[in-house]
Ligand binder design. Structure first.
Ligand code: DHB
Ligand code: FE
Length: 279
């Protein structure tokens, strides 16, 4: 059976992509964020994942407001990126792990999750930037991928409790995949940020740090909040922390922290990174 090695959750702000493209990782503005990654690179070098299941929210590249699935799983042989207009370079294509895609789809449908299955799928900055952060300078990505989209864009959104349960089901599915493969879960988005409206620029450091702590000490803590509560507490786009909850749900009971980082702001966002290994 496959081994679930752990999970990495991080922000996916487009400015990160521009900084990578312009080699600004050591710039005073970006350094505190990029400094969060070398210890994670060291862990990845020894943990050696073969596959990454990437939980993220599409921002309009693959799904738009006219058709927005609550949960969507990629089952394509290859995933391409495209120009979203942020001024960040298009990434090389990602190779799909179709065997795990279909196993995941069967398992999640078997647990009564209603999915959209995507045999063609474009992946946006929320997928590509975390990949570029985890494997910098990769001409060819060292892992195959399975993208999983969770809607945090078009209301109504799935509740935090539902998303945590989805994560748990993803974890069960990965562990029951009959393949001698090492699987990493990646969750992208958040932490607190609001890009528009009266509270544009809103950040809630106190909540973000409590949330990060909770993923180690009390992983279902945030599931008590409604979506409205979460938007109030973290901003309209801060609700992307749902991806962190799903990723944590996948990892099961026993985890240890590999590394964490939190820096305000990158663009409008409180940028967090957390790496957890399964024990
Ligand atoms: C920003 C943050 C996001 O999560 C995103 O998807 C786009 C932009 C920002 O802070 O600029
Ligand atoms: Fe986003």
């Amino acid at each position: 059976m496959a081994t679930l090695i752990g999970g990495i959750t991080t922000s996916h702000v487009p400015a990160i992509g521009r900084a990578i493209a312009r080699n600004l990782q050591g710039d005073a503005y970006f350094k505190p964020f990029f400094d969060g990654f070398p210890p994670i690179h060291d862990w990845l070098a020894t943990a050696k994942p073969d596959v990454a299941v990437v939980l993220y929210n599409d921002h309009g590249l693959n799904f738009f407001l006219d058709k927005m699935p609550t949960f969507a799983v990629g089952a394509a042989p290859e995933y391409r990126n495209a120009d979203e207009g942020w001024g960040i370079p298009v990434m090389p294509p990602f190779q799909g792990e179709q065997s795990l895609s279909w196993h995941l789809i069967e398992a999640l449908a078997g647990e009564d999750f209603d999915l959209t299955t995507c045999q063609e799928m474009l992946v946006d900055h929320a997928f590509t930037l975390p990949m570029a952060l985890l494997w910098p300078g990769s001409a060819a990505w060292p892992v195959k991928v399975v993208p999983v989209c969770i809607n945090t864009v078009q209301y109504p959104l799935p509740s935090a409790a539902r998303v945590y349960k989805l994560g748990q089901a993803i974890g069960r599915a990965i562990r029951s995949w009959d393949a001698d493969q090492r699987v990493l879960v990646v969750g992208t988005g958040g932490l607190s940020h609001q890009l528009d409206g009266e509270r544009a620029g809103f950040i809630n450091k106190d909540f973000d740090l409590k949330f990060m702590d909770s993923l180690l000490s009390d992983p279902t803590w945030a599931t008590k909040y409604s979506i409205t509560d979460l938007v109030e507490l973290t901003g309209t786009q801060g609700v992307e922390l749902l991806m962190w909850l799903a990723a944590r749900g996948a990892l099961g009971e026993h985890v240890r922290q590999v590394h964490r980082n939190y820096h305000i702001p990158i663009s409008n966002t409180a940028a967090g990174t957390l790496a957890l290994a399964c024990r």
